[in-house]
Write a protein that binds this ligand. Structure first.
Ligand code: FES
Length: 563
């Protein structure tokens, strides 16, 4: 079919020269320079958002992945066109990738809208890329599906199986406690990340991959296949073929991202005991999709869904084990009674049809448990309120110390992540195992919300065998971390939230059973402190300034208020 005068394919979104026919003629001329003839340019266009970067080792297998998607697109009669997108790697971005998630979402949305594409395949992986791409897809509402790089394989050190980054943290804590020397740590460095791919525990990248599949924005089986594996590459080619079919239909993100689909994603989030970062990301994606998802939704679902998946940090296994056990399709089969089965995802099938065709958890494996034999109780995630977090806070109960879930202790206050770095190991720091470490000015406005909520145990206490303390902040925490850590206190200190009023020695009280985090200081004294409070300075220019002026609080997903 000749599409010369239509508004699809390469003729979508023409540049405004005031003469559409001239714009079409120029498009054909420039595509001819790239080697495409009339037969090529009549095909549906599938854009491929490529987040590869030399600064992103988690995505270093993306070239091969993009080639597999392109092959699938060509096989199905489409024309694949790869375009670069912002790439964010957790380890290489200062001060935090979260500061740039919204920039990635905005840039990706604009490129989907501005360039001619009938469908888009979003290649992501490392923590913020997938949520940013889903936010973009929800807003652009062009047929879209996600493909991730997939997790790394596990490493090995002196007979011990290792994975980034739960084991990174555990072994670093042992080094801080004097149990591992510098030479041993150097050997461990070489073993923690042995292949391309994302962190191979149930951190944020793996969590977001699993919930994306559960949302229906990824073809079945795509969340867990290891990076570079045949399963991964076949999934990519299938996704390319499916994108061409989507280009011809009306299966847009707005039809996939329903309230029921989000509730299914929350069921999976709870069953894998996923990253607390998913709370913020799913809230932001839902907001873009016009679905009201609140902290109560997360708490309510988590309170009735048990832990079924044995992956670190809540369990002992790794993502390659989850994949070998059947991945998300088998997990969804196990969760069938708890799911909305009528939703339709990018596969075009209802979830009920997909689950009908999936296997139950096999008796030969222990990674995916049936509902009748869960690995852990329901309630792996709790959302809290209280005088310290009137709009809410989050705690990953499954990663916490049971004895600290009900705790009262004196505050030790840090003014910023930099202050933590300066003073946490100060021998004069007045801290005991009963103390509650408080970090402020690490929220969305103050600092872009870094993963600083996992405040290290002061060296003096670590060397005495203390492995956990109650920690409270307006920051986030890596999905690979563990401990009794209250996160995302909202509103944050930088806009005058109650965290700003805490002083050293104030009594703080955590009650997970009561869903409370409270500051036990008399109201008259708090009123005095409130009068004396002054907001911290904001960034002076550029993206950090725009973000600080417009970012929403954590309980609203930390998106920008104008998106
Ligand atoms: Fe990229 Fe963990 S650092 S997924």
């Amino acid at each position: 079919m000749n599409k010369k005068n239509s508004n699809s394919g390469i003729y979508r979104n023409l540049p405004s020269y005031g003469d559409p026919e001239f714009s079409r003629y120029l498009r054909r001329a420039f595509l001819a320079s790239a080697g495409f003839d009339a037969r090529d340019v009549d095909r549906p266009i599938v854009g491929i958002a490529d987040t590869s970067s030399d600064f992103n080792p988690c995505h270093r297998g993306m070239g091969e992945l993009a080639e597999a998607v392109k092959r699938g697109v060509f096989e199905a009669g489409g024309l694949p066109l790869v375009f670069p997108a912002l790439s964010l790697n957790e380890i290489f971005i200062h001060p935090t990738t979260m500061l740039y998630r919204n920039l990635l979402a905005m840039a990706t949305e604009e490129m989907i809208r501005a360039q001619p594409m009938d469908a888009v395949v979003l290649l992501g992986g490392c923590d913020k890329t997938v949520p940013g791409q889903l936010m973009a897809a929800a807003s652009a509402d062009v047929p879209a599906l996600c493909v991730v790089t997939g997790p790394m394989r596990t490493g090995s050190w002196r007979g011990e199986r290792l994975g980034a980054c739960t084991d990174c943290r555990r072994l670093w804590a042992r080094h801080r406690a004097g149990e591992l020397d510098a030479e041993e740590l150097r050997e461990i460095e070489q073993a923690l990340c042995p292949t391309a791919g994302t962190c191979m525990v149930m951190g944020t990248a793996s969590t977001m991959a699993c919930v994306t599949e559960a949302l229906g924005m990824m073809l079945p089986g795509g969340a867990t296949a290891p990076s570079g594996s045949g399963d991964r590459l076949r999934h990519a080619a299938q996704s390319g073929r499916r994108a061409v079919e989507l280009a011809a239909g009306e299966m847009r993100p707005s039809r996939v991202l329903t309230r029921e689909a989000f509730r299914n994603a929350l069921v999976v989030l709870a069953a894998v005991s996923g990253s607390t970062n998913a709370v913020i990301h799913l809230t932001a994606i839902a907001r873009r999709a016009g679905v009201g998802l609140t902290l109560e939704d997360f708490h309510e679902v988590a309170s009735r869904v048990p832990l079924l998946v044995d992956c670190k940090p809540a369990g002992s296994g790794y993502l390659e084990d989850l994949h070998a056990a059947g991945g998300v399709p088998v997990l969804l089969k196990a969760l069938e009674p708890l799911l909305h089965l009528s939703v339709v995802g990018v596969s075009g099938c209802t979830l009920g049809e997909l689950v009908f065709g999936a296997a139950s958890p096999g008796p030969w494996q222990q990674t995916i448990r049936p509902l009748s034999e869960p690995l852990g109780p329901a309630g792996s995630l709790a959302t809290l309120r209280g005088s310290l977090a009137p709009e809410g806070a989050v705690i990953k109960v499954a990663a916490a110390t049971r004895a600290l879930l009900e705790h009262r202790g004196p505050a030790v206050v840090f003014e910023s992540p930099e202050d933590v770095a300066c003073r946490i190991d100060d021998p004069g720091l007045n801290v005991t195992p009963d103390s509650v470490l408080v970090l402020r000015h690490a929220g969305p406005v103050a600092a872009g919300m870094p993963e600083a909520g996992y405040i290290p145990i002061p060296r003096r206490l670590a060397q005495a065998g203390v492995r956990d303390l109650v920690r409270v902040s307006d920051a986030r925490m890596s999905g690979t971390a563990f401990g009794t850590v209250v996160l995302h206190c909202s509103p944050e200190a930088a806009i005058g939230g109650p965290l700003a009023l805490v002083r050293d020695g104030d009594l703080l009280e955590l009650s997970v059973s009561g869903r409370r985090i409270d500051l036990r200081v008399a109201e008259a004294e708090l009123a005095r402190r409130r009068v004396a409070w002054r907001p911290p300075p904001q960034p002076s220019r550029g993206w950090p300034r725009l973000q600080a002026r417009h970012v929403l609080q954590a309980h609203l997903g930390a998106d920008l208020d104008f998106l």
